[in-house]
Write a protein that binds this ligand. Structure first.
Ligand code: DSN
Length: 478
């Protein structure tokens, strides 16, 4: 029998789904079993609460709601208005922001909303004023042609990918790199840290319209006050993508110069990483950009997902509770304990440690590529992802790094003692794995040799470690 309301809710949902397509119900059950059994160290993943998950599975999914609260292009949006307004209110209160836009479906979407809000404010609005037009539809063909060229001829400065920046910060494989002429700032080769003097120098030479801070694989804090000063010195709009560390901002671990909200013109984030909400995004800004941000749909977004906005409202309400600050502090304590455990055993870490939720292991110290290390760890029940390190000799596909993060395991309840055991498991696997060879005898960047008996043993040890910290303990699927 189900133990409680959460079990009843999930079991009933699976029964209903099983009646239509049992393979989907089986896959959902299997996903929970897999997540329960794996030592999840992917820095960008977490476990949302049952209330957050349940808020997504309902009839809000059936509603179109283009527009914003109280100003919709469809009738009958009163209940969507309720949840969107609640999500925005929680976001504003949690982060101390003037305005919150909770419609973005992902981090990429949130960044696109921000880029186009900046372009509309800094490029389109002045062009309309010059032409004495109220709306782009009022422009002559010649003025419209000139404006489109001007919109496509703007500059962005962001952190380089191999220093830990994100693809959406102006890199060519992403739409942002096709929209903007991009330059990167890296990190100091000696320390691995952001060199603010160098950022200022590049900004003076390049004169970007947008200066972006934020990262997905940089294990330290960024001083957003200094970055804002750099942006101001060259007339750039300062944007922070806090997707990875939003939970640390929400939990008041990153405060003062390290809290982006008081310093940036515009802040974007996902809601599912350290913030522990549903998969999605949101944008925060001051009054100057609010109207442009609210045009995100239909500017770059498809119809809002009201069921996900409902889940964002639930998760953001959870993040406003005092225990979320304890969680955020523990995420960082755990990452530091993991880093110390790895260092003590001889691992090489980018920047020599961490100030946030992630650790970047340079696996060249073990004679491996990131790809070999990632697979060997996976064979051993440890889920991580490979990641480039600064000036990576193995490029973005094979890489030389393994990124590990603590938000998910911290949600499960693991603490610093368990992080030391985790460091031991990781170090044992990596030190016992060797690079494989291609059929012609040359070194392979993908093949590796790891005794399967050792991989099994580590998997069992990882399982034993997790056994004390059950995932969704109140959910029994039977
Ligand atoms: N995919 C996310 C990450 O793993 O960092 C960022 O988009």
């Amino acid at each position: 029998m189900p133990r409680n309301a959460e079990s009843t809710a999930f079991r009933s949902a699976l029964e209903v789904i099983r009646g239509v397509e049992p393979r989907v119900a089986d896959a959902i059950g299997a996903e929970l079993a897999d997540q329960r059994e794996s030592l999840k160290l992917i820095a960008s993943e977490n476990y949302a609460s049952p209330a957050t998950l349940l808020a997504m599975g309902n009839w809000f999914s059936d509603k179109y709601a283009e527009g914003t609260v109280g100003r919709r292009f469809y009738a009958g949006c009163q209940n969507v208005d309720t949840v969107e307004a609640l999500a925005a209110e929680h976001a504003r209160e949690l982060f101390g922001a003037t305005h919150a836009y909770v419609q973005p479906h992902s981090g990429i979407d949130a960044n696109l909303v921000a880029f186009w809000a900046i372009l509309a404010d800094r490029v389109e609005a002045p062009a309309l004023r010059r032409a004495e037009a109220r709306h782009v539809n009022d422009l002559t063909e010649a003025d419209w042609f000139a404006l489109r060229r001007e919109l496509g001829d703007q500059r962005m400065l962001g952190m380089s990918l191999d220093a830990g920046g994100h693809l959406t910060h102006g890199f060519r494989p992403n739409i942002s790199g096709k929209m903007f002429d991009q330059r990167s700032y890296g990190t100091d080769p000696a320390t691995g840290l952001v060199d603010y003097d160098r950022v200022a120098e590049i900004a003076r030479e390049f004169r970007p319209l947008v200066l972006v801070a934020g990262y997905s694989a940089y294990p330290r804090k960024v001083n957003f006050r200094i970055m804002r000063e750099i942006a101001d010195s060259v007339g750039a709009t300062f944007m922070v993508d806090m997707a990875h560390f939003a939970g640390l901002v929400a939990g008041k671990v990153f405060t003062g110069d390290f809290d982006p909200v008081p310093h940036a013109h515009i802040v974007t984030t996902t809601t599912h990483k350290s913030l522990r909400g549903p998969r999605g995004g949101l944008v925060l800004c001051g009054p100057e950009l609010a109207d442009q941000v609210d045009r995100g749909c239909p500017m770059v977004l498809g119809g809002p997902l009201p069921h996900v906005m409902a889940a964002k409202a639930v998760a953001l309400a959870e993040a406003r509770r005092p225990d979320f600050a304890d969680y955020a502090r523990q995420v960082v304590d755990n990452a530091q304990a993991l880093a110390e455990g790895l260092l003590r055993r001889g691992a090489k870490l980018v920047t020599g440690g961490t100030d946030n939720h992630l650790v970047l292991i340079d696996v060249t110290g073990y004679g491996l590529t990131g790809r070999q290390a990632e697979q060997a760890l996976l064979d051993s029940g440890i889920v991580t992802n490979r990641n480039a390190v600064p000036q990576d000799p193995n490029g973005a596909w094979y890489t030389s790094g393994i990124r590990v993060g603590t938000p998910a395991l911290t949600t499960r309840g693991l603490g610093t003692a368990e992080m030391d055991t985790t460091a031991e498991l990781i170090h044992t696997v990596l030190s016992q794995t060797s690079a494989g060879a291609n059929p012609d005898g040359t070194a392979s960047k993908a093949k590796y040799v790891l005794d399967p008996a050792l991989a099994d043993k580590i998997s069992r040890q990882a399982g034993d470690l997790l056994g004390g910290f059950p995932l969704y303990p109140d959910v029994e699927l039977g």
